[in-house]
Design a binder for this molecule. Structure first.
Ligand SMILES: [Zn+2]
Length: 423
């Protein structure tokens, strides 16, 4: 893995934070964008963006993933969420730290090669995921999942496991978080304890909410109100919450969700599991901070935010018979600034001087010849356009991985194929 370095990107088409395009050089030093404009200084690595036809965009942020489920790709296709959870929880029950680590290496490699520079993971065994993040020089918000003790496949008490992870986690680039499986697997007492833990350590919370009609109907049968109203009534809806899915909402619930911290919109997963189409347009109009997530490769089957941006935008247009329900600029903002603002609550993101250098260079190949870069990124780009991925100022990907990283990926792949439990 390449160590801290200086990188000079010469003559790139740069997508600034305000989504204006400029031609400029970008100098990266000590993990930070130190200068944009005409740069005369020298750097250890020089990328001639002009001659290669590269455009620089801020790194994409995936706000919902379960990367330890990597070996399940293609193994749950065509199942309903109920059957899907049956099959995946059998896999989860047999998952070991070594397996989680190797799966995480592959998930991180996929995200890096797809132009994703940061993510929120949602699983147990996040200490093994954190080791993978460290070994790949990557970064991530790793949310240890909490649910009722009698419903979990993790060993021991999920709450003390999550606390142990938060207290002991030291890898550079790792920010621990807390996740809650959902109202169908976590009682009021369990959710309350999860929030108390988050409060104690100043951490964010993320939770699957109103993903399927079945979840909402069952909750209504049991408590007389929907999961969102129940969460609100119990004081669990606040700015610390990243609410995932939010497919089945009425008008009142849309307003409640709009006051949470952020929403993770996972269009591919919602389509693939037949869950439905979330009212993203309405949530956004009510002030919700929308972000994009891939979910796991078991319900996607890739960690590709270009697809989420495109499908997510088009789904809303199709649902509302309105071609501008969500614009490309809005979608790009969901995948970048909105996520950064929720996760870090600061302005240290985007291509501007002083920001953390999370940058993706896209090769403007024949599929990206439009005259508007944002439209090209949202509607036309795909991972084959990713020429370079820079995370915290480190060049992690340059038309492929360096030899050391390629070796780590190969080893992880070999471990999985040799140790994948029988179904
Ligand atoms: Zn999920």
């Amino acid at each position: 893995m390449m160590e801290k370095e200086s990188i000079l990107i010469k003559g790139a088409k740069v997508l600034r934070e305000d989504m204006q395009e400029v031609h400029a050089d970008i100098l990266i030093k000590d993990g930070v964008i130190s200068k944009i404009g005409k740069v005369e200084e020298k750097a250890e690595t020089v990328i001639n963006a002009k001659s290669e036809g590269l455009a620089a965009i801020p790194g994409l942020i995936n706000t919902h993933a379960h990367i330890a489920m990597n070996p399940l790709r293609g193994m749950t296709d065509g199942l309903s969420l109920g059957d899907f959870l049956d099959k995946t929880s059998k896999f989860d029950a047999k998952n070991s730290p070594e397996m989680i680590y190797s799966s995480a290496i592959l998930g991180i490699a996929e995200m890096i090669s797809n132009g994703i520079t940061d993510f929120v993971d949602f699983y147990y065994g996040e200490d093994a995921v954190a080791k993978a993040v460290g070994d790949m020089s990557y970064q991530g918000n790793l949310a240890w999942v909490i649910l009722d003790k009698d419903k979990t496949t993790q060993k021991g008490d999920p709450i003390s496991n999550a606390e142990r992870f938060i207290r002991n986690e030291k890898h550079i680039g790792v920010n621990p978080m807390i996740s809650i499986q959902g109202v169908y697997a976590a009682s009021k007492g369990t959710i309350k304890s999860a929030y108390e833990l988050a409060e104690k350590y100043g951490k964010n919370v993320t939770m699957h909410i109103a993903e399927t009609k079945f979840e909402v109907d069952e909750h209504r049968k049991k408590y007389g109100i929907s999961p969102v109203e129940w969460m609100y009534k119990n004081g669990f809806m606040n700015k610390k919450l990243l609410a995932v899915h939010c497919v089945w909402l009425n008008k009142k619930e849309i307003k409640i969700i709009a006051n949470s911290g952020a929403v993770s919109y996972n269009p591919t997963s919602n389509m693939k599991l037949g869950s439905g189409i979330p009212p993203i347009y309405e949530m956004s109009k009510n002030g919700a901070r929308i972000t994009f997530g891939t979910d796991s490769v078991a319900s996607n089957n890739s960690l590709n935010l270009f697809e989420e941006m495109k499908y997510g935008t088009l789904l809303q247009c199709a649902r509302l018979n309105n071609p501008s329900a969500i614009t490309a600029k809005e979608a790009f903002g969901f995948a970048t600034l909105n996520a950064a603002n929720f996760l870090y609550g600061n302005r240290n993101y985007g291509i501007k001087e002083g920001s953390k250098a999370d940058i993706v260079l896209l090769r403007k190949s024949v599929n990206m010849t439009g005259n508007d870069l944002v439209n090209d990124v949202v509607y036309s780009a795909n991972p084959s356009n990713v020429a370079a991925t820079i995370v915290r100022g480190k060049l992690l990907y340059r038309d492929g991985f360096d030899e050391n990283t390629a070796r780590v990926i190969k080893k992880a792949s070999k471990y999985i194929s040799e140790h994948l439990p029988e179904n």
